[in-house]
Design a protein. Structure first.
Length: 158
């Protein structure tokens, strides 16, 4: 049986702050309530709902503005990484979302979270790749990642 909850904070797969949601009892009892993410919905907590939703609207405006500013900054960025390749030009290893976050921090002084990087699979080829980031409030941004071989002479000229 599902439990009615009022979310105190945003929960990624469940809802945003101020939403009334239903969750399984175990999830509510063992995770949401102890972590302070939600409270059981009753007539007293429902009074909080309007206040929480108003705060969420104000925060959403600020988040959207910050995301738009970061998007404008990222559109200009090209991050370069060097990788080891064999004599046929195949990469040893790959470039993952963690590597991309670290490269942005080191080269451009832009701090983002790993979960924002939208990579289906790690990059295993040299060349220029478009990296898509899913920022706050549905804003998507992209930038270029240039993966170059460590030693350009190691790649055969074809």
């Amino acid at each position: 049986m599902a439990t009615k909850l009022l979310l105190i904070n945003d929960v990624e797969s469940l809802g945003k702050r101020g939403d009334l949601v239903s969750a399984k009892q175990g999830y509510a009892r063992n995770f949401l309530i102890p972590q302070g993410l939600a409270v059981v919905a009753n007539k007293n907590t429902l009074r909080m709902q309007a206040r929480l939703q108003e705060e969420r609207k104000q925060k959403a405006l600020v988040d959207k503005q910050e995301a738009d500013e970061l998007k404008a900054r990222l559109e200009q960025v090209t991050v370069v990484t060097t990788v080891k390749v064999d004599h046929d030009g195949h990469m040893y290893g790959s470039v993952s979302s963690v590597d991309i976050v670290n490269l942005l921090q080191e080269q451009e002084k832009i701090a983002i979270e790993k979960r924002l990087v939208q990579l289906k699979h790690p990059i295993k080829e040299t060349g220029v790749h478009d990296i898509v980031l899913k920022l706050n409030e549905g804003v998507t941004a992209s930038f270029k990642l240039k993966v170059v071989p460590e030693d350009a002479n190691a790649v055969k000229a074809e």
